[in-house]
Design a protein around this ligand. Structure first.
Ligand SMILES: Cc1cc2nc3c(=O)[nH]c(=O)nc-3n(C[C@H](O)[C@H](O)[C@H](O)COP(=O)(O)OP(=O)(O)OC[C@H]3O[C@@H](n4cnc5c(N)ncnc54)[C@H](O)[C@@H]3O)c2cc1C
Length: 478
């Protein structure tokens, strides 16, 4: 019986479990080792905002592991991988053999080396344990300083804003969301935040964090000379793949663990998935770490199928960032930095609305959206732009239409048959099944397929049969 071993009970590891079982049934043994419970980090901000309970964070429990015939060693850490002997050394002193191995160990939050960084009240927000500490500390309406204005930091900022906390942000770069938005999009977000009472300190570094005597208040001194007072400091200053335990294993690495399009590392039989893996990028084909949950799940499914002997190739992951900043919706996809490419932009500073499409010929390869969350057209278009980029559809004459009518993506989307292409795309050759785990065995409400079917079914046989209309607005009735 093949012995599959998975390290990491996050989304990548759990997706691999289900892919192995879907392919092999229960013919093999699976052992899952994780030093934390099996849970999803990305919902922690909703737990912080008290929108979900702690139980909602979990993505597997003992009953689930029993059903999946998985031996779950939770609270155990893997300390060493011997790629010659095919064994693992565990923190409980045991040695575990494997036939195939998946490294799904994710990443960890970095703590910058600043004086006072270990003071009580200074926290990262990456693990369930972090979230529990911040919830315990953040009773009432504390003053909080977020250090690092990146994607993850801003998801936490949004949760803190929902709780009514008094917020300041410190970012070393000259703009907020530097790896998600260009300067114009970031300026729109900054204006929105300032108008909502969030104090922004961009181009500033925290030099020192201190606490006077028995006071519970922290003081942050910034490189700009400003000082900030805080009950809580949240550090969101970057993450690093969990690869230290692989030192000396001979597994090739390039920032994360290098994998091919089957998620296999440089050592046959050993795979990597999720935040820890540098896998193929859908648009560039180069190796990239996309530390987001959709990539983790895709990686896990591909790795699991290959571990089960079903040769499966991954087209690559698309960089996706979608964010709610106090009801200002922000999204970016793919190659959103122009770097010499043609762009189409729309900017209305009053709402504010900002859009940018990045082109390669008649294909959309990247996009940025910023706009109020109640702007229905924008929310629809965010999904459509992602579909256009993901399917790499050549738009033909519709590309010119979108260039001159950039807020009307829908016609080009329908005409080019993107929805239909997406519906037919599967990673493992069959539509993905619902996960086997639901909190308290709750079942999701039945899905109303009618609106979706209308979009998919309205595809003309050939998109070139549709001619762009000369004016924006309501389309001609045929
Ligand atoms: C606050 C927050 C908000 C986020 N929001 C979003 C979002 O909106 N959208 C999005 O796409 N992504 C979001 N993310 C990122 C997303 O959560 C990660 O990309 C995802 O969790 C990666 O999954 P993974 O399975 O690769 O790793 P992880 O979820 O990190 O799981 C890996 C597990 O392996 C364990 N482990 C590590 N080393 C060892 C070892 N040696 N031995 C045993 N166990 C080990 C870890 O402790 C961990 O439990 C967010 C993350 C955070 C923290």
């Amino acid at each position: 019986m093949t012995r599959h071993v998975i390290i990491g009970g996050g989304p990548a590891g759990m997706a691999a479990v289900e892919a192995i079982r879907a392919s092999e049934g229960q013919a093999s043994s699976i052992t899952l080792i994780s030093d934390e419970p099996a849970y999803s980090r990305m919902v922690l901000p909703y737990y912080l905002a008290r929108e979900i309970s702690e139980a909602h964070v979990l993505i597997g429990d003992q009953a689930y592991f029993d059903r999946q015939k998985v031996e779950a060693l939770l609270g155990v850490q893997v300390q060493k991988v011997d790629t010659q002997a095919h064994t693992l050394t565990l923190s409980d002193g045991k040695t575990l053999p494997f036939d195939t191995l998946l490294l799904a160990t994710g990443s960890s939050a970095q703590r910058p080396s600043i004086p006072g960084i270990d003071l009580d009240g200074v926290h990262t927000f990456w693990t369930l344990g972090d979230a529990q500490k911040v919830i315990a500390k953040g009773q009432g309406t504390p003053e909080a300083v977020l250090v690092g204005a990146g994607f993850i930091g801003f998801i936490v900022l949004n949760a803190m804003a929902k709780l009514g906390w008094k917020l300041s942000v410190v970012e070393v770069e000259g703009q907020v969301l530097p790896r998600m938005l260009d300067t114009q999009g970031a300026a729109a977000v900054a204006g929105w935040l300032r108008a909502r009472g969030v104090a922004l300190h961009t181009g500033a570094q925290v030099r020192d964090i201190s606490k006077a005597g028995n006071s519970s208040k922290l003081t942050l001194s910034l490189s700009t000379g400003a000082t900030l007072s805080a009950d809580l400091v949240i550090l969101a200053t970057g993450i690093r793949p969990n690869i230290d335990f692989l030192a000396g294993s001979g597994i090739a690495m390039n920032g994360g663990v290098t994998v091919n399009d089957r998620m296999q590392t440089s050592i046959p039989g050993i795979y990597a998935a999720g935040d820890v893996a540098a896998g193929p990028d859908l648009l560039t084909g180069t190796s990239a770490i996309h530390a987001i949950q959709p990539t983790a799940v895709d990686h896990g499914r591909i790795a699991g199928a290959n571990m089960a002997g079903k040769e499966t190739h991954y087209p690559g992951s698309l960089l996706i960032n979608v964010l709610d900043v106090i009801k200002l919706h922000c999204a970016s996809f793919g190659v959103w930095r122009e770097e010499g490419r043609e762009v189409t932009t729309v900017f209305n500073p009053t709402r504010p609305i900002y859009r940018k499409y990045v082109w390669e010929g008649d294909r959309l390869v990247g996009a940025i959206f910023v706009g109020p969350i109640d702007d229905v057209t924008m929310l629809n278009d965010v999904g459509m732009a992602k579909g256009l980029i993901q399917t790499k559809k050549p738009l033909g004459s519709w590309a010119q239409y979108v260039r001159s009518h950039p807020t009307d993506l829908r016609r080009a989307y329908v005409a080019s048959g993107v929805a239909d292409t997406l519906v037919r795309q599967t990673l493992l050759g069959a539509p993905a099944r619902d996960r086997d785990y639901r909190m308290n065995d709750l079942k999701p409400a039945p899905w109303n397929k009618a609106p979706h079917a209308a979009l998919v079914g309205s595809r003309p046989a050939k998109y070139t049969e549709l001619k762009p209309t000369p004016t924006p607005g309501i389309g001609k009735n045929k």
